[in-house]
Write a protein that binds this ligand. Structure first.
Ligand code: AMP
Ligand code: GLY
Length: 421
């Protein structure tokens, strides 16, 4: 079977790598992919937001399944575009994708279904927001409603910070805004919990904790993710039971009643306090770098999982993972998440010999003539799977050191909560 994968990051290279191991996969096309996917698939430079053009290409190349990595095409309705056509698309439809596309939609589902989350208020104008902000306790959290590439969330310590955040949002920093979300600040420890669902049944798809801040010790600016470890240290049977009964099942029920069909991965972003889960956010896709961290521990053929979700037969298969630990360390361009340079050659990549438990997934890379060059803030993902988190981290760092890329920066403390040295 020929497959198409939408996206160009580490997540998509990891998906491409896992699918390339399936005997049932003939050829993979990546829209647009990166220098890593280019080694195992054909990169196609077309705009995946142009669904008609994508469809034409898929018909031409006999692509029978499209796997959508990032949220944007899902929120824009790619699944609805292909509905009733002969090409399967793995991902939730437009209604279901509002779980990520609109934070207010999700909060309203939480409110109606008693789903544990932070208390919140939706304000419909800047004046109303500012009045409200005068009457509340700090810190609090202010969020833009729609997609904001991870940037529309402000943790505010006082009224002045909250006022500035609200002004930025209402002035259109993240697109035109008619409402805003003001949330109580939750303290606790974060955890990401993943499931995969066919719209009727769902299955566990790993847990993880990512490190979003640029600096060691989790300080400094927010990034797309500097690394990740899996499984989360917080996961227990009792906590998992609460996550399923109090958060996932009521949400999938509400989506069904709203007329949505949720087939795909669901990323449940949680704050855990005293062993109780509170929903921070949903993402309608796998996480990045969580995907790169979790997928190498998957035993079951990924293609079988994706197809059974599209066909509504997830109850007929078992999903098995190796009982191991995994760490992913992201190698970034120096300067990221602020100013950084692109087009810097990465030598030595092909010479690096990987053990069976190790992977390198490309993110911001491009092939130019015979060189691989950097093309983004987060450039490469180094993953190691083993019985022990410390060993995972040491192996990943050893690979990065052997690569010795002069423009690279990485955090040496990924997984510090589970590694006591
Ligand atoms: P989001 O884009 O909603 O995931 O928010 C980005 C990050 O902001 C989360 O990963 C949390 O670290 C933090 N955050 C969001 N909402 C809250 C909240 N209500 N309380 C505390 N931290 C939050
Ligand atoms: N790792 C955070 C995300 O994928 O949104």
């Amino acid at each position: 079977m020929n497959i198409g994968i939408i996206g160009s990051g580490g997540r998509e290279h990891a998906i491409c790598h896992m699918l390339s191991k399936s005997k049932k996969v003939s050829k993979i096309f990546c829209f647009p992919g990166n220098a890593g996917t280019n080694l195992i698939a054909e990169n196609v430079n077309l705009n995946p937001d142009n669904f008609s053009e994508l469809e034409k290409h898929c018909i031409d190349k006999e692509i029978k399944l499209i796997v959508v990595g990032p949220e944007k095409p899902l929120v824009n309705g790619i699944v609805d575009h292909f509905k009733g056509k002969s090409i399967k698309v793995f991902g939730p439809d437009k209604i279901s994708s509002k779980l990520e596309g609109s934070k207010i939609f999700t909060k309203e589902i939480c409110q109606k279904n008693n789903i544990p989350t932070s208390r919140f208020k939706i304000c419909k104008s800047l004046d109303e927001t500012i009045d409200y902000l005068k009457s509340v306790r700090y810190p609090l959290v202010i969020k833009a409603d729609g997609l904001a590439s991870g940037k529309g969330v402000y943790i505010c310590n006082d009224f002045d910070e909250a006022k500035t955040a609200s002004e930025e949002i209402f002035n259109g920093k993240f697109g035109s805004a008619h409402q805003i979300l003001v949330e109580e600040f939750l303290d606790g420890e974060e955890m990401s919990y993943f499931i995969v669902t066919d719209g009727k049944n769902y299955r566990f798809f790993g847990s993880a904790q990512d490190h979003k801040r640029v600096g060691e010790g989790d300080v400094g600016k927010n990034t797309g993710g500097m690394g990740c470890y899996s499984p989360s240290r917080l996961l227990s049977d009792e906590l998992e039971f609460k996550i399923r009964k109090k958060i996932i099942e009521p949400t999938l029920g509400a989506i069904n009643r709203a007329g949505g069909v949720y087939k795909g991965f669901l990323y449940v972003g949680l704050m855990v306090k005293n062993n109780d889960p509170f929903l921070i956010e949903f993402n309608v896709r796998m996480g990045d770098p969580e995907c790169q961290t979790i997928l190498p521990t998957l035993k079951t053929d990924l293609l079988d999982i994706l197809i059974s979700c599209c066909d509504g037969t997830l109850n007929e298969i078992k999903i098995n993972f190796f009982n191991t630990k995994s760490i992913c360390i992201v190698l970034c361009s120096k300067g990221y998440p602020e100013k950084f340079e692109n087009n810097i050659e990465i030598k030595n990549l092909e010479q690096l010999k990987l053990l069976e438990n190790q992977s390198i997934f490309h993110a911001g890379t491009l092939k130019k003539k015979n060189e691989i060059i950097s093309n983004g803030g987060r450039v490469l993902n180094f993953v190691s799977v083993s019985e022990d988190f410390l060993q995972c981290r040491e192996e990943a760092i050893d690979l990065i050191k052997r690569l010795n890329w002069k423009n690279g920066y990485f955090r040496k403390d990924i997984g510090h909560k589970v590694i006591k040295t």
